[in-house]
Design a protein around this ligand. Structure first.
Ligand SMILES: NC(=O)c1ccc(NC2CCCC2)nc1
Length: 246
């Protein structure tokens, strides 16, 4: 998969994509992250990429022309089509479901705004999808882009080794993750739940599912509402709720 990032801070984006699972996915050529800086496509001597806001008011707006040239170069650099995403609080909330859909695409591009944003005419003409990583305002789209690169990059086939992919399964079922423990089994902070030391993998699976269901019920009941539960899950959640009520 190829991810192109249009950003005034290419070094920052390259560093985000160079570490950990995503960095390794790039080394394994499972993923390619390419940055494009609109300042390189600004034609004036000052390499201007922003302009005053029409209608007055504070702050600047990213200019159409440098972005059009940048996007044209980006689109031409590799086989099309490119699904272009703009990061902003006005976008649809990013979910794991959407991440999984994006991870199936051969090529996406991420447009990172700065200042007060990008000229609306450019967005209307060029952008396929607007996404938000949450209901808060950031100084740029780069952190949202980094989130998408990580969430999508780790899903590339071969990016996660076996141990990690197990962890991925436990989360991709739309529930919150279960608790995790490492050695020592007994610590001043408490003990590791017995079942995890039993070697009974069926019991361990049930325990983890019960914990995921219970945590989701306690912390994010909205996620539970979206999900049909099978017989086993309903029984485990009832058990958790009974124990929790006592
Ligand atoms: N919640 C978000 O995903 C998000 C994205 C971009 C942003 N700021 C950018 C948008 C245009 C100029 C700065 N703030 C917040």
């Amino acid at each position: 998969m190829r991810i192109d990032v249009v950003t005034l801070f290419p070094d920052f984006m390259r560093q985000c994509a160079a570490v950990g699972v995503v960095g390794r996915a790039q080394q394994r050529e499972l993923l390619q992250v390419q940055t494009w800086n609109p300042r390189d496509y600004a034609t004036d001597n000052y390499r201007t990429v922003d302009g005053r806001t029409c209608g007055g008011g504070p702050g600047m707006v990213m200019l159409i022309e440098p972005l059009r040239k940048t996007l044209e170069a980006m689109r031409e650099a590799a086989p099309k089509p490119v699904h272009l995403i703009y990061l902003s609080p006005q976008g649809a909330r990013l979910t794991q479901g959407r991440v999984e859909a994006l991870a199936e695409m051969p090529r996406i591009a991420l447009l990172c705004g700065r200042y007060e944003g990008v000229d609306e005419r450019l967005l209307a003409h060029e952008v396929d999808e607007e996404l938000s990583i949450g209901d808060y305002v950031l100084s740029g789209g780069e952190l949202g882009a980094a989130v998408i690169i990580d969430a999508v990059g780790r899903l590339q086939e071969g990016a996660l080794n076996d141990a990690q992919s197990a962890e991925q399964d436990s989360f991709s079922n739309g529930l919150l993750d279960c608790p995790h423990y490492a050695k020592p089994v007994h610590d001043a902070l408490g003990d590791v739940p017995e079942v995890l030391l039993s070697g009974d993998h069926a019991a361990i699976r049930r325990w983890r599912l019960k914990q995921s269901l219970g945590r989701t019920w306690l912390r994010r009941p909205d996620l539970l509402a979206q999900r049909a539960l099978d017989k086993e899950s309903r029984a485990l959640l009832d058990e958790f709720r009974r124990e929790h009520a006592q």
